[in-house]
Write a protein that binds this ligand. Structure first.
Ligand SMILES: [Zn+2]
Ligand SMILES: [Zn+2]
Length: 302
């Protein structure tokens, strides 16, 4: 039986009051990746480096971010051996967004705020694209009355995750040195700067549209933000685009629930299950336990 995790205690907290403040560490990291990518990518273009960029971006987002960070670390929606979990989460840290604890905090705070009756525009992605890009890629939210956030002991005390949290930027640098050693400047530029810039910005834009009005079947009662299914980008997002399903059933390792909803992450999990590498794959809870949800076929969520 999967363990249910509640990392947020929202008693006394408020999801609307607070300020968006510039985060130097986040902003400088992201800007450095973007500037290096834009300036250096044309100078150091090679087809081999470009191909590596395409393949490694897809694999690290699929295995690292979607399966490692999101479906395993954040939601514990399936189980696997520790070595496999470590590898997937390490790959997720290499995507270049945050370390394991940082990702847990970003995800859980946003998810908690969106499930309140009202929440700040920062969490709802209610502003225009440019403003939201500036906020999400350069800033953090300082609550007037923050919720308590506590990571469960088995992750919080895990020596590998403590190490990875402290060194995720350094790991990227070491990976860059390794790429430079085997493929020179083209592989370094396309394998680190362009890949991180593209991964971070594409993750942001999918998050933006997935939390703005769109189509979906499930409405979460009392939630300020209803997530949308973005059906055209299933292949590109490894199935993470079925975000309306995900908000309704966060316990499910399967995100593409209906016929024709392609979910590459789920397909890979089923392969791994056949190999005996993952088990206890979560599916949506049964209909008797859905009192928090309304079902209506493809209505426009606001
Ligand atoms: Zn999630
Ligand atoms: Zn969401």
């Amino acid at each position: 039986m999967r363990k249910k995790v509640w990392r947020i205690d929202g008693s006394g907290a408020n999801a609307t009051d607070g300020q968006v403040v510039w985060s130097p560490a986040k902003s400088i990291w992201n800007l450095a990746m973007f500037v290096c990518a834009i300036v250096l990518a044309p100078i150091y273009f090679s087809w081999a480096a470009f191909l590596f960029f395409l393949i490694f971006t897809y694999i690290s987002m699929l295995l690292g971010h979607s399966l490692g960070m999101h479906r395993r670390l954040i939601h514990r929606s399936y189980e696997c051996s520790k070595p496999l979990e470590y590898f997937l989460v390490w790959l997720g840290a290499l995507v270049g967004m945050a370390g394991p604890f940082g990702i847990l905090k970003i995800h859980d705070l946003r998810d908690w705020a969106q499930r309140q009756e009202k929440c700040h525009d920062f969490f709802a992605h209610r502003r225009g694209l440019l403003m939201d890009a500036f906020w999400q890629l350069n800033c953090v939210f300082k609550f007037s009355a923050p919720p308590a956030f506590k990571i469960e002991d088995d992750f919080a005390n895990d020596k590998f995750y403590i190490f990875l949290e402290k060194t995720w930027e350094l790991q990227q640098a070491l990976f860059g040195i390794f790429l430079f050693w085997i493929g020179g400047m083209p592989l370094l530029v396309w394998g680190v700067f362009v890949r991180v810039a593209v991964s971070v910005s594409s993750h942001w834009i999918v998050t933006y549209y997935a939390h703005n009005p769109g189509l979906g079947n499930w409405k979460v009662h009392g939630a300020a933000v209803q997530a949308s299914n973005l059906s055209r980008i299933a292949l590109l997002t490894h199935g993470e685009c079925w975000h309306n399903n995900h908000h309704a059933f966060p316990e499910s390792a399967k995100m593409g629930l209906d016929e024709g909803q392609l979910d590459v992450g789920w397909i890979v999990l089923r392969w791994l299950e056949k190999l005996g590498w993952v088990w206890n794959l979560g599916l949506p809870r049964d209909s008797l336990k859905r009192e928090d949800l309304n079902f209506e076929v493809d209505f426009l969520l606001k």
